[in-house]
Ligand binder design. Sequence first.
Ligand code: ADP
Ligand code: MG
Length: 558
Amino acid sequence: MKRLQSLLLGIDGKGYKAYRQLTGTYRFDDFRLQVDHVQGDPFASPSRMRAVMPWSEAGLPDGAREPASRERAARDWLGRAFREAARETPDIRIDAGGQTVLDRTAVLFTGDGVELRFTVNLPAKGRTILGKTARDLLCRTLPRIVRATLRPEYRDDDALRGHCDTVEDQGALRSSLAEAGLVAFVADDSILPRRSGVDDRPLEEAVAFRAPESLRVTLDAPNAGAIAGLGIPAGITLVVGGGFHGKSTLLSAVQNGVYDHLPGDGRDRVVARDEAVKLRAEDGRAVHAMDLSPFIKELPFGKSTRAFSTALASGSTSQAAALQEALELGADPLLVDEDTSATNFMIRDARMQALVAREEEPITPFVDRIAELRDRLGVSTILVMGGSGDYFGAADTVIQMHDYQPRDVTAEAHRIAREYDTARHMEAPEPLRAPRPRVLATRSVDPAGKRGKRRVKVRGVESLEFGDDVVDLRALEQLVDPSQVRAIGLLLPAAGAAGVADVDDVPAWFRAHLQRPWEELTGRPDGDLVRPRLAEVMAVLNRLRSARFRPGATPPGE
Ligand code: ADP
Ligand code: MG
């Protein structure tokens, strides 16, 4: 630390470039500071540093290092503690996250100890180094923040344990879904609505959720014990109800149930199976060599849809593509909301069938495939549909949202389905089958732009610039953290970088790759990455205009 101090005082008043000499390692009393990257000027992205405190000094409480869910929670909690300790020091920042508890690189547990990864904006007046200010920042303020985060005498270990308990319970609830025959679970007393579209915290004075008796199940959590709530069974679940009664809010909570949430979030006992994928219409997106034939027979002029590509999909085509892509990667359940669906993909009623002949309509609506998805492919669906009763016949469970509360109206909906014939006829021309496989030419997934310069730029969860491509991410509702997008930008070229020219089973390749430890996934010690799900990696890849897929071998029997 003495060396760092004299170095900083020595470059006081010099040009900003003199900060470059800081790169290296410095020993403090109870931790080591590593300066990995020094910013080139005061306006560039801030400098990247790490502090590593050995286990002997940090001494975390029992149950903070295993099992894996608690370890992830403990790392998350320490990142938040660092952010809190640095609240009045805007020049020192850590990527600590929002309402979700994700696998982040901001805090890692290694063989050496606890590693904190953060950025420091090195102080200057104009382009002149402020050496004394930098000395105070790095040799006084920073050690105080590191110690407030990690030293047992400053740490709130009860809060740390509570955080780990809550996260471990969510993982346990999620893992117990399959055995209980459920695809999702919403505990009694959960708070589902959020404050606003840009504020993910729980809505104040919201109506707490309460399961109807007939759908109430009790699951066991290791820390909280028995938890009662709504169990959404495998199969087809329809969510109906008047406008503004909370249908979409329930589905949003379920789609976010693939992630763990903070204690007090209101969704910290709302879980969905890991493979749950939200599908929606997204006109204008790209589609690559995707088999849309189960939903779109052929296009005008007889163009085949067995390996359909477009740079500009329509609403119905984009939703069919999203569904087939979800099946390709093993999604289950599928989550669909009428608010974000293409009407002609979802329904085609008797009157329209009478007017426009089957031969003139290439689309097989979802209503004629939903039962086959369940029966032939074993894939469940949760569907919000307040505007059409055509799905009543297929649904196994019908939940009505009324004044933000769920009611079980399954029997009633089934009675209505028997009594009021929809008068429409099934339109599926041939049995549903899994989408035809695709092969990815990995060379096409290259962040180097036309002029050869590597470009990966993340704008929140809104868009990713990748080479010369700009991928619009706004329809990917299960992307919740910009650091997931940064990691996806880093992971997409990995197959090519590993020297693999073609990948036959793209989801399998990325699934295996995503499970590797952080050190193997990232070259440099970045502190602002979050491990994404396979579904989001594939979703970004599928929307990348420059990506080149071609149809794979046709499965036997077709
Ligand atoms: P729907 O999809 O049935 O039309 P939404 O789910 O969009 O309805 O909800 C309508 C409004 O009600 C939203 O502004 C939402 O924040 C609010 N809301 C939803 N659930 C609750 C609740 N439990 N308590 C209070 N407000 C809620
Ligand atoms: Mg809605």
